[in-house]
Design a protein around this ligand. Structure first.
Ligand code: GTP
Ligand code: MG
Length: 323
């Protein structure tokens, strides 16, 4: 299962306290102050990596603390700095605090500072004055930042497949990409999103296959619309309509309505309409369906994943569309 959300508490390290020490010299009971500074606390960073698939790690480990800085020592020795922590997260992770988006990690290897370590306090060696030559105080280290954050993974695919259950989305993904999703003759075969990479014309295009939508999905029917968030950031929607269904034109609108209800932004995305399973019905019938779409100024692409008819042309269209 893909874990696409995690709530964690992170805390940067506290700064070490400044040291209070005095030089020990022969015949001088209390030499000058020589307490060193405390070390800074370790910072917490978040780093995006395309080699990480999901947020599982942060569901198991909910509290993450960076190391504290050590206290200052005698002979003006600095306390050791606390070690920084780097949390590796999948590419496409968003970081929220109090439901406000802080960072959107869409760039591989990008590293952001999420909690700053506290500064170490000054040792008493800084506080000697001509009047007070043996100060018995130093500064305490400052606390490290603490935050409760929510990590949310939003995949970044180029193309998102949508359609009713059984439209043939997963079959198409298995034909055009390296992915081998489960395919079967019943609705909701796909219950988790699948990603596949299509390689063509020296390009790699990431295609996301998500569970089918049904009427009322936005009210929670079927598997609901929660998976649509995974294709909110794709450049193009590929809308698959099964021509062997009772009323493909209506099926098309059922899905469109759910997309609109989910988000205007998603509904406004460029869409390629693909009529699938064309080997199942006579050409005459297909022509009628194509004309119906055409009347409403919607161009369609015809394919059969079973016979591979139209597949190369479809891949070409996808490349043209996202270039
Ligand atoms: N005849 C024919 N059958 C197809 C074609 N493409 C897919 N199918 C069949 O249609 C059924 C559903 O295919 P899937 O790829 O699982 O459909 P899906 O859209 O991913 O369905 P969900 O995951 O349930 O949303 C399977 O039995 C496929 O074998 C096609 O081009 N021709
Ligand atoms: Mg499927």
């Amino acid at each position: 299962m893909i874990i696409d959300e995690a709530k964690i508490t992170i805390k940067a390290g506290d700064g070490g306290d400044g040291g209070i020490f005095f030089r020990h010299e022969k015949y001088v009971p209390k030499g000058g102050p020589d307490g060193g500074d405390g070390g800074n606390g370790g910072n917490v960073f978040i780093k995006a990596s395309r080699h990480i698939d999901d947020l599982t790690e942060y569901v198991r480990k909910r509290k993450i603390f960076a190391e504290d800085g050590q206290n200052g020592m005698k002979q003006k020795m600095f306390g050791k700095k606390g070690q920084d922590l780097i949390l590796n997260v999948p590419l496409g992770t968003q970081v929220y605090e109090n439901n406000q988006l802080l960072f959107d990690l869409t760039e591989d290897e990008k590293k952001i500072l999420i909690a700053k370590g506290g500064s170490g306090g000054w040792g008493n060696c800084h506080f000697a004055t001509s009047i007070k030559q043996a100060p018995e105080w130093a500064k305490e280290g400052l606390p490290g930042e603490k935050k409760k954050i929510r990590l949310e993974l939003k995949m970044i695919a180029d193309v998102g497949l949508v359609g009713l259950p059984n439209a043939g989305k997963s079959t198409l993904l298995s034909v055009i990409s390296n992915a081998r999703p489960k395919v079967a003759d019943y609705p909701f075969t796909t219950i988790e999103p699948n990603l596949g990479v299509v390689r063509a014309e020296n390009r790699s295009i990431i295609v996301a296959d998500i569970p089918g939508l049904i009427e009322g999905a936005s009210d929670g029917k079927g598997l609901g619309t929660k998976f649509l968030k995974h294709i909110e950031r794709t450049r193009t929607i590929l809308h698959l309509v099964d021509v062997s269904g009772l009323d493909p034109w209506r099926d098309y609108h059922t899905v469109r309505d759910e997309l609109k209800k989910f988000s205007e932004k998603l509904a406004k995305k460029p869409e390629l309409v693909v009529l699938s399973k064309i080997e199942l019905i006579p050409d005459k019938e297909i022509k009628k369906i194509v004309n119906k779409f055409k009347k409403h100024k919607i161009n369609t692409i015809l394919i059969s994943a079973a016979t591979h008819s139209g597949i190369d042309a479809l891949i070409y269209d996808i490349i043209k569309h996202i270039s």
